[in-house]
Design a protein around this ligand. Structure first.
Ligand code: MF3
Ligand code: CO
Length: 250
């Protein structure tokens, strides 16, 4: 028996809507990213968009988290808390958002360049998005979690970027974090067997240099130990007979 809650087609209808709302909220935030905007303003925009579509921001209050999105700038990898910090040209910022629709969750993240950024940072951002899509493309029923992990790791290796190993993807459904954990590295063909009806959040994180992380005094913001910059992308997907359907596409 699977340890992972498989979704019925009725549940998938709600997951699809939660995913769509999450994606549309991220799109709205993306359009607002410009030098001078504060991350608190982006949080306000995301929360308003999610609520306007009749959903609830899933992050707000989650284990005491104080905002509706995570905004992780430069050497911040994930779980950055929106604040009065103004984004400046050359920054890169991960926006992570989640919405609950009729009891079901969507979770997605993008990394955005603020104005012109260095060539190296452009490559970093593109490589993580590429790794996300490679991980998703590796999904087929009968395969294994390790197939996703391996596909993501291969992209990092090809570009020569560091992989964040202390955080990864996760099952998702009624809860934001369900079984299984999805590492962004490791051998193919290992781990839990993939089945039709599983819903997963896949979220690669790469850095320009080292893999080690630490958490700031705010108890949330995860940064690279060596202060090298990081990028992070995430989609919620559902496994079907053909492979995976991306639920967080606008
Ligand atoms: N997308 C994040 C994750 O998958 C969720 C942010 S954690 C929160 O871990 F506390 F901010 F909700
Ligand atoms: Co997630």
């Amino acid at each position: 028996m699977s340890t992972v809650p498989l979704k019925t087609s009725e549940q998938l209808v709600k997951m699809r809507q939660a995913g769509r709302i999450t994606a549309l909220a991220l799109q709205t935030v993306n359009e607002a990213i410009t030098p001078g905007v504060t991350t608190a303003e982006l949080n306000r925009i995301a929360e308003a968009a999610i609520r306007k579509m009749g959903a609830v921001p899933s992050f707000k209050g989650y284990q005491g988290y104080p905002a509706s999105i995570c905004t992780s700038v430069n050497e911040e990898i994930v779980h950055g808390i929106p604040s009065a910090r103004k984004l400046v040209e050359g920054d890169i910022v991960s926006i992570d958002a989640g919405a609950i629709w009729r009891g079901y969750q969507g979770d997605a993240a993008i990394t955005v360049a603020v104005g012109n950024v260095s060539e190296e940072c452009r490559r970093l951002i593109c490589s993580v998005e590429e790794a996300l899509m490679a991980g998703i493309a590796a999904i087929r029923p009968g395969g294994h979690i390790g197939d996703i992990s391996h596909a993501v790791e291969m992209v990092a290796q090809r570009y020569g970027f560091g992989i964040v190993r202390e955080y990864g993807g996760h099952g998702i459904g009624r809860e934001m974090h369900e079984q299984p954990r999805i590492p962004n590295w490791g051998p193919a063909g290992r781990g839990l067997k993939l089945e039709v009806g599983m819903t997963l959040a896949i979220e690669p994180m790469f850095t320009l240099k080292g893999s080690a992380t630490r958490t700031l005094m705010d108890d949330w913001t995860v940064v690279t130990a060596d202060a090298s910059w990081a990028a992070h992308w995430e989609h919620t997907v559902a496994i079907n007979e053909q492979g995976a359907e991306i639920l967080t596409r606008a």
